[in-house]
Design a protein around this ligand. Sequence first.
Ligand code: DQQ
Length: 468
Amino acid sequence: KSINTKYRLNYHFMPPVHWMNDPNGLIFYKGEYHLFYQHYPYAPKWGPMHWGHAKSKDLFHWEHLPVALAPSEWYDKGELESHGCWSGSAVDDDGVLTLIYTGHVEENHPQETQCVARSKDGIHFEKYENNPVIKAAPEENCFGFRDPKVWKHEDKWYMIVGSGKDEIGKIHLYQSKDLNTWDYMGVAVESDGTMGNMWECPDLFPLQDKHVLVISPMNIKERNLYAIGDMDYDAGKFTFDHFQVLDFGSDFYASQTLLDDKNRRILIAWMEIWGSKSIEEAKDYGWLGAMTIPRELIVAENGTLLMRPVEEHKQLRNRHFSFKNITLENETTIIDKFSEVSYELNALIEINENVQEVGFSLRCSEDDTEKTVVTYKVVEGLLEVNKNLSGNGVQGISVAQLNHKDGRIHLQIFVDVSSIEVFANQGEKVITNRIYPSETSKQVKVFTRGGKATINMDVWTIDSVWDE
Ligand code: DQQ
C-alpha cells in the first residue's frame, strides 16, 4: 500500500498504515515493551476501533505485530463507525497477557462496557466468554464510562474507569481477585466542576511514596492534567491538592504509563489532538498518528512531576556537532554546517544582563518565512513554542511558565520531521507539538534580544529507526 511519506517521522512510533489514536495496554511483559493502540486498519480515518500492536526492547525500535483486537461480539461490533474496541490497559496475570478494554456499541445511546481478552503467546488474543465483565456504569445517564486502567496492589486487582455526569468528570473504582468478577468501590475522585465533564483515559499509579493521577479531560482548555496525592485503597479514595498541566503543547493526549523491570514509570501519549488539521488531511497522506517519545516520570522535591525522555534515546544519537561558548548580543546566528530534519539539541543558556528574549528558530527556511520558534522570555519567565510559521497553515503558540536557575536555563529539544518536543530544565516543563515544515526548511538559528547570552550546545542527528 502506498502512503505519502512527507510527514512520516524518523524516530517516533507510527502505525504502518492508516489510522492510530490513543496508546493502549502499555506493558513491560516477558522482557519486552508492548504498545497497543487505537487503530482503524482499513482507512486513514477514525472508524470501528481495533487494537494495533507492536513490541520493542528499547522503546524506540518497534516491531509491528498482528492486530490484537477487532470488533467481533455484540458488545463491541455494530453498524456504526463508533462501534468497536475502545481504549484500555494490559496486565501480566501470572504470565498471561491480559487486555482490559471498553466495548462500545450504540443502540439508542452509547453503551460502554468493560471487557477482557487473554493471550497465551502475547500475540493472539481471545475474548473472555463471559464478557462484558462490567456490564453497565454504576449510575444512570452518565456521559461516558470507558478506558479502564487496571493494576495490582498487594493481592488484588484495581480498575479505574473514566466517566462524567452533570458536568462533573470522575473516576469509578473497582476491585477484583481474578479480573473476571469486579466489585464497585465508588467514585475514587471527581472534578470540582471546573476540570472537565468527562475524564478520558485515566491513569492512577504509585510513584515514589505518592500516587499520581493523570487524566485527559473533555471540554476544557487543558487537554491533559495530573495530580500528585495519596491513595487510600481501603476507602477507595484518591486525595490530592490540585491539578496541574503535564504537557503544555497542543499535541499531547490520552497518555498512558507502564512500570518496567528497572522500576521506571514510563509514559507515552498520542502526539496529536482531536480536531486537528492533520486529522482532516489524513486521507491525503494514507496514515495518521504518532506517539510521543517515551518519557520517564519522577516526583520532584517540590511536589511537581518531572517528565524526561527515557535514557534509551541516547543510542539514537548519530553525528555530533558541538558549539561551545557562543556569545550572542542582540543578534541571530545561523548554526552553519547543520541542516537536518531529525535531531536532538541540548543547550545550556546563560542569560546575562538585559536579555529579554533568547531562543531558537528551528526547521527554518533560508528566507526565514517558515520556522518554529522556541523563545524564553526572561522577564515574564515564560517558555514559548510558536508554530504560526511552522508550515501547512497550522497555527498556535504553546506557553509554559519557566524559572531560570541563577540566570541559566537548559533546553533539550527533539525535532523529528513533523514534531518538536521541548524538555526544559531537566523535565520541569515539557511542550509537545506537531509541525508541518517543508522538507527544505532545515536551518537552525539562535537569537537574543535586549542583551547578551552565552550558549553551550550539543546537537546530534538522528537517523530513521524504520525500514520504510
Ligand atoms: N479514544 C477512544 C476512547 C477514548 C478516546 C476511542 C480518547 O476510548 O476515550 O478511540 O482519545
